[in-house]
Ligand binder design. Structure first.
Ligand SMILES: Nc1ncnc2c1ncn2[C@@H]1O[C@H](COP(=O)(O)OP(=O)(O)OP(=O)(O)O)[C@@H](O)[C@H]1O
Ligand SMILES: [Mg+2]
Length: 237
């Protein structure tokens, strides 16, 4: 039998309490190397909190997040509404690198390369805050990509974009994954989940209801809650 690869990341019994409410309830999952994971679930299920907890932005009340080798790799996160500094698109990417200890010529080169990879060269010197929503999202991806993260968390990166802009973002996510970076993302767009996911993590009320290869998830979801969700029947929590 082929040996299972060691998990890049293992969350065990993560419980997160926010404002006195248990929003993650002993959530466990494993992120294996080399796959693209899409986290699905109804509004309020705990998808965003899960990503934030895995990225270390929300401390768990109990449970653990363990990284392969005992050390968190370089990681980045892109949010639905990325925050841009009041400076040029290129300078936003360069700043992200500087904060992560990349300076001088290497910083400028990597910033220019990342801007080119997301197709924003022509507007690299425009103030980031005047860019359209789709351009800002591509800029946020460039800022994350420039860091060369081993794992990239994306929380609804296309939620407020029109289909054309969302398609551009999908192509960029696929290109980042093709470089071997681990993608863990949420979306409400099931078409996008089918296009991008190798596996689905389905969250219901702060727990993982199932973690299933994407083909199988869409053909025959294993959990009752995922079946209801795919039929559009999952009640709001
Ligand atoms: N800072 C907070 N204080 C209190 N409750 C919070 C806080 N942040 C999130 N929650 C609650 O935690 C639950 C999970 O939130 P989360 O944002 O992870 O949901 P989600 O699955 O990402 O939903 P959506 O699909 O709407 O983005 C929700 O009930 C939310 O109201
Ligand atoms: Mg969310």
């Amino acid at each position: 039998m082929a040996e299972r690869p060691a998990a890049l990341l293992r969350a065990r019994d993560l419980t997160v309490v926010l404002g006195g409410v248990t929003v993650l309830d002993r959530l466990s999952l494993e992120i294996l190397p080399g796959l693209r994971t899409v986290v699905l679930g109804a509004n309020g299920a705990g998808k965003s909190v899960t990503l934030r907890a895995l990225h270390g932005l929300v401390p768990p009340a109990s449970g653990t997040v363990e990284w392969q080798g005992g050390r968190a790799p370089r990681q980045a996160m892109v949010f639905q509404r990325p925050v841009m500094l009041r400076r040029s698109a290129l300078a936003n990417v360069a700043y992200g690198l500087a904060v992560n200890g990349v300076d001088g010529e290497a910083r400028d080169r990597r910033a220019r390369e990342a801007i080119a990879k997301v197709g924003l060269e022509a507007i690299a010197h425009r103030p980031a805050r005047v860019l359209s929503g789709g351009e800002q999202q591509r800029l946020a991806l460039a800022r994350a990509w420039a860091l060369e993260p081993a794992i990239l968390f994306l929380d609804e990166p296309t939620a407020s974009l029109d289909p054309g802009a969302a398609g551009e973002v999908e192509r960029i996510v696929a290109a980042i994954a093709a470089e071997g970076k681990r993608i863990v993302m949420t979306t409400h767009n099931l078409g996008q989940a089918r296009r991008l996911a190798d596996e689905i993590v389905f969250i219901h009320q702060g727990r993982v209801a199932e973690q299933t290869p994407a083909d199988r998830f869409f053909a025959e979801p294993q959990s009752q809650h995922a079946r209801a969700f795919l039929k559009g029947e999952l009640p709001w929590t």
